[in-house]
Design a protein around this ligand. Structure first.
Ligand code: EPZ
Length: 427
């Protein structure tokens, strides 16, 4: 199992390219199922989850062809084609390894009139139910059965009649599944209190490029008029706002200056506002965003919430950064029930953090000290890397397969801007 060794204390500086967004790619990929024509995605990040999703699509009858990256992109080009859907089953052994597999449910239902998908089960940060996905599809006329750990969805013959669904809580994945099911429905599908994350805007933009009829893109009310069929498209995956935010924290925590090339400020307003409030200098320019810091950071009071508020996927990274701030910060995690697994590991490096339910108080300390630490989930792993970049001495981050799910070529990108970091495989 690989690990990453970091010798901290070096301010980072230079240009760091931002990859295509993992959480956009994972909802754009299943759109290949919605047409029998080729769908080409550019700027696709080289990530474990993207590869896993490609294998799942192959099992459903989608051909996939990878090309190299175009000069203006950091990621690869993949062309997919579902001439025919040869299976409508997403098996347990795939879904348990990548819960985003649940995002084939809506497209299979739309294209083939049925889908059998293993229940994803929980993960390190929470039990991750899919009840909202199922309620939304039922509201559009799907028949849902649960049996033996699988959900089986079917449309009345001839396709989904359409309907209206109001989400009781905002759900990114449930919104994505519902939108993908709706684009081939027989009638109108309306979603109220839909998620507004930029990744959903990216999904709607792709679907519209494929011929879908969607009103209210970017708002919490989406009106989708189903079409008879969709056609193929070529589409560039949006830049990853969470990767960009994570590397912005790397500049801040090391007292350095990074140019995040390709970062899209409009997707990151709450993240950039929090960085500025902490005393970090953030300048938008034509190639991306420059992030610089040169002294102790100010403490913050932050609460995670759905877009456009401060994203839960940035909570762990900010906690690492604020561990060295000049005072006490208060972080509240409102989205997931167990997203503080990075706390005990940061504490082993000298951070002073106390957790009470969903709230964590982070008291700034003068320095962090490198130590062997254990990654538990994707964003927690990144918070340990950030702490290691600032800590005195060496930090060994174990179980880096968590990192490989969301950060493309992390050690290559960080080495290029001055980090003393290397991946150590134990075969
Ligand atoms: C997406 O997960 C992201 N993953 C997550 O990023 C992100 O943290 C999350 O949205 C919130 O922004 C991908 O896009 C692949 P939700 P998702 O449905 O769709 C509850 C990362 O680090 N809920 O918006 O699963 C749920 O338990 C990952 O990149 C239900 O109760 O998140 C949670 O408390 C981690 N029933 C809340 O809603 C449901 O049917 C928000 O979940 C669905 C969700």
């Amino acid at each position: 199992m690989d690990r990453i060794d970091i010798r901290g204390g070096k301010p980072l500086s230079g240009r760091l390219p931002i990859s295509g967004a993992k959480n956009a790619a994972l909802t754009l990929l299943p759109c290949a199922l919605l047409t029998d024509e080729p769908l080409t995605l550019r700027n696709l990040p080289r990530l474990a989850d993207v590869d896993s999703f490609g294998h799942l699509l192959n099992q459903l009858g989608v051909s996939t062809m990878i090309e190299g990256a175009r000069p203006e992109d950091f990621g690869r080009v993949m062309t997919m084609r579902a001439s025919r859907v040869t299976s409508t089953v997403a098996p347990y052994d795939i879904v348990r390894k990548m819960r985003a597999s649940i995002l084939v449910l809506g497209p299979l239902l739309a294209r083939a009139g049925e889908a059998t998908v293993s229940l994803p089960g929980g993960c390190a940060i929470g039990n991750r139910p899919i009840d909202l996905h199922l309620r939304a599809l039922e509201a559009f006329g799907a028949v849902i059965e649960l049996a033996a750990g699988y959900v089986k969805a079917s449309a009345p013959d001839g396709g989904l009649p359409g309907g209206v669904y109001t989400f009781p809580v905002v759900s990114v994945g449930a919104t994505e599944n519902a939108v993908m099911a709706a684009v081939l429905a027989n009638g109108a599908c309306i979603l109220e209190n839909a998620a507004r994350e930029p990744e959903i805007v990216d999904l709607c933009r792709l679907l519209i490029a494929m011929g879908a009829d969607i009103e209210g893109v970017g708002t919490s009310r989406l009106v989708i008029h189903g079409r008879e069929r969709l056609h193929g498209a070529t589409y560039r995956v949006m830049p990853d706002r969470i990767e960009a935010g994570s590397y912005a924290c790397a500049a801040a925590i090391t007292g350095g200056s990074l140019d995040l090339i390709g970062a899209e400020a409009a997707d990151m307003m709450a993240i950039l506002a929090a960085l500025r409030e902490a005393g970090v200098v953030v300048e938008e320019h034509k190639e991306g965003i420059r992030v610089s810091a040169d002294g102790r950071l100010k403490p913050l009071t932050l609460s995670t919430a759905p877009f456009p508020a401060f994203p839960t996927d940035m909570q762990a990274q900010f906690m690492a950064m604020l561990a060295l701030a000049d005072g006490a910060s208060v972080l509240t995690e409102t989205i997931f029930e167990n997203r503080y697994m990075h706390v005990p590991e940061l504490a082993r490096m000298g951070a002073d953090i106390s957790v009470n339910g969903r709230t964590a108080v982070v008291r700034g300390v003068p320095k962090l000290v490198g130590a062997p630490v254990m990654a538990t989930d994707l964003r927690a792993s990144m918070s340990l890397v950030l702490a290691g970049l600032a800590a005195e001495g060496e930090t060994q981050v174990n179980r880096v397969y968590h990192l490989d799910r969301g950060y493309e070529r992390l050690e290559e990108k960080l080495s290029a801007v001055g980090a003393d970091i290397e991946r150590v495989g134990d075969g």
